[in-house]
Unconditional design. Sequence first.
Length: 336
Amino acid sequence: MAKKENQLPIKREVLTSKPRKKILISNDFREILISQETSIIEQRIITMILSAIKDEQSMFINVKSPINDEKQLSFDDYFEGWAHQGVVDFSVSIKDLNPNRKMKNSVIQEALVNMTNINWLRLKDDTINGYKAVPFILEPSWNKKSIFFKMDRAVMQHLLNMAQYYSIKKDLSFNASTNNTLRFLMWLVKFNKQGGVVKEYTQLLKELFIPVNKYEGHYRFERDFLVRVKADLDNFNDISFNYSYKENHYHFVIYNTQNAVGFNSKFPTLDELQIERALKYLKKQRALSDQHLRIMKQLYEVRGYQELSKHLKRKIDISIMGEAYIKAVFSLLEKI
C-alpha cells in the first residue's frame, strides 16, 4: 500500500542494552501485570520493551512547574507521525534478553507465541463503549541473534498512559527467582506512600488473582509465595516488605532496602532460604540428626544450593537413611 502524502516513515524501536537502572510502569499496565499470569521470560521481554520506550514515556509525564507553559503532548500528537498501519516494530538482542544463555531458545520462542494470544490484554474500546481482546505483541520472528515483533498502537498507548506510573529496577526481572515477584511488587507499590497495608487473607488472594484453593492455608502461601518474593525484593529492588499474620489478616510494612540494612543485619539470600528448606526436608525424609544436618549445611554453603541439589537429585535411593545417607552423599560427590 502506498504511503499517504507527507506521511513519515514507520517509527522503529530497537531494544538494546541501554544504560538505564529503572523502567516505568503505567498504572494501566500495573493492573494487567497483577491479573495476567506471566512467565519470567515474558517479564524480561516486557522489561526490554519498557526500557526502549522510556524516552517516549517521559513525554507524557506532566512536570508541575510554574514556568512550564508548554502544551501537554497528546496521544494523537505522538502517533501522528506513525505509519497508517498503526504498529511499531521492535527488535531484541537475544544476548541482552538471555544473558549467559541460561534459558533455552525454545522457552523464549514459546513465550513469544504466548504473548500473541488474542486474550493477552483486555483494553477499553471507546468506539463500542466496551472492551476488546488484544495480543500484547504481533508477528514474532527470530534468528540466532535477535527476536523481532510488532506492537499495536492500542497497546503502546496503554504503556504510555503516564497519568500515574511506578518506577522499578530494570534488573529485577533478570534476577527474580519466581514470576510471582513482579506480580506482588505491582500490587505492593500502590501502598508505598502509606508505608504498608492490612489485608484479610482471602481478600489478598483475590486482589492477586490467586485461586483460594491454590495453597493449603496461609502457611503454604507464606512458604511457597511470600518468602521467595521477599528474598527477591530484599536483594534486587529498592523497596521490600515485612509481614505478620494475626486473626486471618496480613499486616505488610514497606521499607526502602537501602536504608533497612544495618551493620549487624543482612537480608537472607534466596540461596540461604532454599538451603534452610532443603535441610528441613532432609531431616524428615532421611531421618538426619543435628550433626548430620550441620554436615549437609556446610556442603550446601561450599557448593551452593543449585549445584549440590543438581548432583543429589534422584541419585540416592530413598531407602537410605541417617549416617548411611551422609556416606552416600560423600561417595557420590567424590565421583564428580
